[in-house]
Design a protein around this ligand. Structure first.
Ligand SMILES: [Fe+2]
Length: 297
């Protein structure tokens, strides 16, 4: 089994909740992840002291491979037009990561992280360029047949079921079609500030294969008071366990009255590439079930 933990939208700065944030390094240590995903918005206002605090936090996390990608709050605000034009990622590169589009191989996993911020094209929303789709293709085409293929971006490719303020990225369908072609299994993101686990076919049936779809794993804000909708003023993170055949996603939520995170829901999906085979195998078993037999109630 390979375990990823996804945290997101830390928002160091005024919205950061110290009493929650201080629990995370120890809790992640106890959960023994093989890798950590941090899906953007390390800071609230892209200030140097906020990035410094985020760096201190990262240095306290378990020492395992970590994928980090920027969020729209990690680039200078629209009113800092010179910073936005000339050096949008200077602080991010200094404190968080030199690379903006990243890839990672873990046992049985091929993970690609894409920088969806586009400070010159959009204010809050994001975009994935054709060049980035080529980067994803170059990485994913080297994956082993049995690998889980995972793509992460800060901005979401599919709206949350409550639709509250969750317009997707322009060109999201173009990206989803390409990810389908690349046999991506999971799409992960943040930005929405509440967790959402689902399937791309729930919102977009554009794939020629209507059976496959991709598993969507959105993370809430792990350490800020900016939670929205069903996670308003709440904090959450996801634990994602992969084996050869299935993935199990466990959603953890912080409860003020107990001052701790607890598991609140769990989702299990067969590997999309194996689902049809699994179904065929099970049909044999179901055919053998005696229909109409008397059962005790
Ligand atoms: Fe955010």
């Amino acid at each position: 089994m390979t375990r990823l933990i996804q945290i997101s939208d830390l928002h160091f700065g005024p919205p950061y909740v110290e009493k929650v944030g201080r629990l995370i390094p120890g809790l992640l240590d106890q959960l023994e992840p093989d890798g950590i995903i941090i899906s953007g918005d390390f800071t609230q206002n892209c200030r140097e002291e906020e990035f410094q605090s985020a760096r201190d936090f990262l240095d306290r996390l378990p020492e395992v491979p970590t994928i980090k990608i920027p969020g729209n709050h990690d680039v200078p605000k629209y009113y800092d037009i010179l910073g936005r034009l000339n050096h949008p990622y200077d602080l991010y590169r200094k404190y968080i990561s030199e690379d903006l589009d990243v890839a990672l191989n873990l046992d049985g996993l091929k993970i690609v992280g894409l920088n969806s911020t586009k400070p010159l094209q959009t204010i809050k929303n994001g975009r994935i360029s054709r060049e980035q789709l080529r980067f994803a293709a170059d990485q994913l085409e080297t994956a082993a047949e049995s690998d889980w293929r995972i793509v992460i971006a800060h901005h979401h490719f599919a709206p949350a079921p409550d639709y509250e303020g969750s317009d997707v990225m322009p060109k999201a369908k173009r990206a989803l079609d390409e990810f389908n072609r690349l046999q991506v299994d999971l799409i992960m993101g943040g930005h929405l500030h509440r967790a959402y686990i689902g399937n791309s076919l729930d919102v977009y049936s554009g794939s020629p294969d209507l059976e496959r779809g991709m598993i969507i794993v959105q993370c809430g804000t792990t350490t800020s008071r900016r939670g929205r909708a069903r996670e308003r003023e709440k904090n959450s993170f996801n634990v994602i366990d992969f084996d050869d055949h299935q993935v199990t996603i466990t959603h953890w939520l912080y409860f003020d009255k107990w001052a701790r995170f607890c598991q609140v829901s769990q989702y299990r999906f067969p590997k999309p590439a194996l689902r049809t085979l699994d179904c065929q195998a099970r049909t044999v078993e179901w055919d053998e079930v005696e229909v109409g037999s008397e059962r005790e109630h």
